[in-house]
Design a protein around this ligand. Structure first.
Ligand code: 8Y7
Length: 276
């Protein structure tokens, strides 16, 4: 059986795992300041863990289409208090960042996974993860968040995304990150239109030969809005369906906002699929 090694945690990959999303972004409707934002994020993370999250992913930089970069100081100020409060929470804590400086301090504060939409391409990022015991998720993106949805273009989207991820896995291994610490993710919605996203979801199995853990994040994304006509908060049912399809097509880890709903759906999937 294979595992994903996240610092001290060894996550078995013989059953689907749930990564719960924890965003730490300033709440413009509250004047409670940074402490209130962090406390809210910690409470949310604890709730997701109670609902069955196997990993929590803490991020302080929005990478939604059209969003601008966040300065390092702001990202540190948002994320670090949350990571410190979650140390020892019982599940691996992932830090969602592209910045090597944050990766280093996050791991020192107890984070055991780095989720990088940039697949460790920033100078120093590969090294920051290599010297730690942390796991890493290498995600594909075409372009950068500010402009990636302007006109995404591929010849063969599945092949191009897979070849890119194969190259990043090879680079990570060459830098000293063992395969057992690596996950890959096609990056749904990151420089992809609806047809690209659907092609990737349909062909997710083709990422299995990369020989590392496979992650998929479809939760509440625009593609589900395009399909259902619903706003982000009303995309729970569509998100659960998408997570189930991703698992059915070979995903080991699904990154979701709605942990309780996803957990129940995956329990049904497991009961039907994994026979004694
Ligand atoms: C993904 C992600 C986001 C994803 C991985 C959102 C940080 C946008 N999406 N990381 N991050 N995979 N690995 O809608 O699909 O959550 S941010």
């Amino acid at each position: 059986m294979s595992f994903l090694q996240c610092g001290e945690f060894r996550l078995p990959l013989d059953r689907p795992l749930i990564m719960g999303v924890v965003n730490v972004t300033p709440d413009s409707f509250s004047d409670g300041g940074m402490f209130a934002d962090a406390a809210q994020a910690v409470a949310h993370a604890r709730r997701l863990i109670g609902e069955g999250a196997d990993i929590v992913d803490v991020g302080g930089e929005s990478t939604r289409p059209g969003s601008a970069p966040v300065p390092l100081e702001d990202e540190l100020r948002r994320v670090m208090p949350v990571l410190e409060a979650l140390a020892g929470c019982g599940v691996p804590v992932s830090v969602d960042t592209r910045k090597p400086e944050l990766m280093r301090v996050a791991v020192a504060a107890g984070a055991s996974m780095v989720n990088d939409i940039n697949a460790l391409r920033a100078p120093g990022a590969m090294e920051a993860v290599a010297v730690s015991g942390a796991a890493v998720c290498l995600m594909h993106v075409q372009g950068d968040p500010k402009t990636m949805q302007d006109n995404p273009t591929y010849g063969d989207v599945v092949r191009e995304v897979r070849d890119y991820l194969a190259g990043r896995v090879a680079a990570a291994e060459a830098a000293g990150i063992a395969r057992g610490r690596i996950a890959v993710d096609p990056g749904f919605g990151f420089g992809k239109n609806l047809e690209h996203n659907l092609a990737l979801l349909r062909s997710l199995r083709e990422f299995k030969p990369l020989g590392v853990a496979l992650m998929a994040g479809l939760s509440r994304k625009t593609m589900l809005g395009r399909i259902t006509g619903r706003d982000p908060q009303e995309r729970v049912h569509a998100s659960v369906a998408a997570a189930l399809l991703a698992v059915q097509n070979g995903a080991h880890i699904v990154r979701v906002h709605d942990v309780a709903a996803t957990r129940d759906a995956l329990a049904v999937w497991r009961a039907v699929t994994i026979t004694p």
